[in-house]
Design a protein around this ligand. Structure first.
Ligand SMILES: [Zn+2]
Length: 417
């Protein structure tokens, strides 16, 4: 899996779609559902008509919002909490459903794995109303030395405002992949003139849009600004990144087939541009995870392939985002074909790189502290089109799909409620 050729990507995408179709038909009795997310790539290059029309852009950027007036913070009573920590995950949000759901080759994948900005905001509102509060996945467990001198993980007691229930958000593939261009998504996160995180994209008419309401990241940032009680200490979510098309909308990846000076120069510029974005995201309460370099299927890759992919991620992405101990599995496929009750060589390799928290996808917020190695394995619930359409009951304590569901989704796929 050293090469990430377009052909391989397309094959992977087809496999992913077939797997997704299979999972959709039998999701009722599956322990682990597929997480996502290598959606079909557009093979027609240059099919982005609106993007070229930027000679005289009409920026529709709103003026930066003034920071919220410091409200007198009421004395919150913190109480110990040892119960379940909910964990749901998203992908990038769809801003223009008319482009995502235009009958194109990506439509089904977008419908399955994404939520729209409209749905996302409603989900946030519902969780807030239901007394959930965002916590940092890094704060849920910590490493300690046991009586035998071994490093192990243990669950921390969280201190939460009385009446609040903890939830973790993670976000897969916040890379703004090339195939998503022109399909109803923004294109990158940028630093605005006010020094804060803004999002950048091209609207359906070809105009540049700079906003703080059009990506998963900025929408949550804005929501927490308006509702500080939704976040414990300002924490936001875990951003899981691959590396094969760079990160956060910046093409920071290497290309083993292109040693040209031009490519190198562009890459260095992209690296320089993304660094302050990463820095600001961290200041705003975001933290990072690996999602493998090539969005590889860990159950199919050889041990050597898994290792090489991990090393490349550490080189090209880890070097930009800093240390992380969180691994969000692509496709939800676990290392060594299962790591909940066994520990294999690929898991040990990731452990040697400093990873301690290994997250897949499941029907409930399952987690298990491994007894034989210092690590935690866990499941996250998929907050996406599949679960909106088919798992309303399971998510009802968090939000009601019938209230959240975006009527602009294609009717043809149907709902079970
Ligand atoms: Zn993914």
């Amino acid at each position: 899996m050293g090469k990430y050729t377009k052909t391989a990507k397309i094959i992977a995408a087809i496999i992913c779609m077939l797997l997704a179709a299979f999972l959709a038909t039998c999701s009722a009795d599956l322990q682990d559902t597929d997480d996502d997310s290598l959606l079909p790539q557009k093979t027609t290059e240059g099919s982005e008509p609106s993007h070229t029309d930027t000679a005289s852009p009409a920026p529709t950027s709103e003026p930066p919002k003034p920071p919220p007036a410091p409200s007198p913070t009421p004395e919150l009573k913190l109480v110990p909490y040892d119960g379940v920590v909910e964990h749901i995950f998203f992908h990038e949000v769809i801003v223009w459903p008319e482009l995502a759901f235009d009958g194109g080759s990506g439509q089904k994948g977008y419908d399955d794995y994404m939520v729209t900005a409209y749905e996302y905001k409603k989900i946030l509102e519902s969780l807030y109303k239901n007394n959930y509060i965002l916590v940092d996945l890094n704060d849920v467990w910590s490493e300690y030395t046991n009586d035998s001198g071994q490093q192990r993980m243990r669950r921390n007691t969280l201190m939460l405002p009385e009446g609040k229930k903890p939830i973790v958000f993670s976000y897969d593939d916040i890379n703004f992949y090339q195939y998503m261009r022109g399909d109803g998504f923004m294109e990158k996160l940028i630093i605005g003139e006010d020094g804060d995180i803004w999002d950048y994209g091209i609207d359906p008419k070809g105009n540049i849009v700079i906003s703080q309401e059009m990506t998963a990241v900025t929408i949550l940032d804005s929501f927490v600004k308006d509702n500080p009680g939704f976040s414990l200490g300002g924490v936001k979510g875990c951003i899981a990144l691959t590396g094969y098309e760079g990160i956060l909308g910046y093409r920071t990846q290497t290309d083993r087939n292109d040693n040209s000076q031009e490519f190198q120069l562009n890459r260095m510029q992209e690296v320089a541009r993304v660094r302050p974005v990463v820095q600001k995201l961290k200041e705003n309460g975001w933290y990072f995870a690996t999602h493998s370099y090539g969005h590889i299927n860990l159950e199919r890759a050889s041990l050597e392939g898994v290792k090489n992919d991990a090393i490349r991620w550490m080189d090209e992405v880890g070097s930009l985002i800093g240390e992380t101990k969180i691994f969000i599995y692509p496709f939800g496929s676990r290392l060594d074909r299962g790591d909940v009750y066994s520990t294999g060589p690929a898991f040990e390799f990731y452990h040697s790189l400093g990873f301690r928290v290994f997250a897949s996808v499941g029907r409930e917020p399952f987690s298990r502290i491994k007894p034989d190695i210092s690590a935690v394995v866990l499941d996250r619930m998929n907050s996406d089109g599949i679960s909106l359409r088919r798992s309303r009951e399971r998510f009802l304590y968090l939000y009601d799909a019938a209230e959240v569901f975006d009527p602009r989704r294609p009717a043809e796929y149907g709902n079970t409620w």
